[in-house]
Ligand binder design. Sequence first.
Ligand code: HXC
Length: 254
Amino acid sequence: MGDLLLDDPAPFVRRLTLNRPEARNALSTALLGEIADALDAAAADDAIRTVVITGGPKVFAAGADIKELATRDVPGALLDTRVGHWSRVRRFPKPLLAAVAGFALGGGCELAMHADIVVAGEDAKFGQPEINLGIVPGAGGTQRLARLAGAQIAMKLVLSGEFLDAAEAKQCGLIAEIASDPAARALDLAVKIAAKPPLAARLAKELVLAARDAPLDVGLAFERKAFAALFATADFKEGVGAFLEKRKPNFAGK
Ligand code: HXC
């Protein structure tokens, strides 16, 4: 079996399962490349509307592969192919969910933070312990953590290497939900989202990301245009028609 397992557990839903248990799902460059490739393929496939990324029952991902990092030098870090892989993950345009059981550390926490919705198990632990290795997070950890959870929590994790448990992660807004079976709950949400109009879902994702990353005026102008543009879609007619005819809508993504 490969380091990344792909399956489609429900119509329109693709699941990516990290499968390097012997290395605690460490994100080797090869594995990160496979994740980026899988997301590119899902982005290009009209039959996929949402993606769930998950790990094992005890570890989501223990970060970058430290055995690989051990040989890294400055030019290697600057010219690292990982940067391109991460930006492909970041640009994935469809709703991306993460189901996190156990540890999400370093690059594993950064991967979870790339997800639009994170569902965590009660035993989940989130951390950016790179400081223990003499480095700092390098895949957006300092920036996303500060934006999602606030500067105080980001400082605490990044400077001390301490972890947040699931309840703390929920309290500070790093995750959306805690579930007894995070994989099942994330899948349930993914199925629900996959039944929504895909064009509206895609724009909704972009808009909420803009709320985090762009000034309010820019986000509001973008929302106004996205709102207007969706009136031209067949899915809008379908949604309104289904409501008025008291039936379930069937969205085609057109
Ligand atoms: C490579 C890893 C690894 C990692 C664990 N292993 N984490 N290998 N990279 N990140 C390997 C161990 O070397 C060991 O291999 C095997 O997995 C089991 O590890 P244990 O520590 O014995 O497992 P366990 O006791 O279950 O503890 C799990 C853990 C711990 C809490 C997740 O492994 C851990 O703290 N890992 C490192 C976490 C970390 O520092 N992450 C930050 C990485 S830096 P052998 O061969 O001995 O069996 C990073 C930078 C991102 O992410 C920058 C982006 C550009």
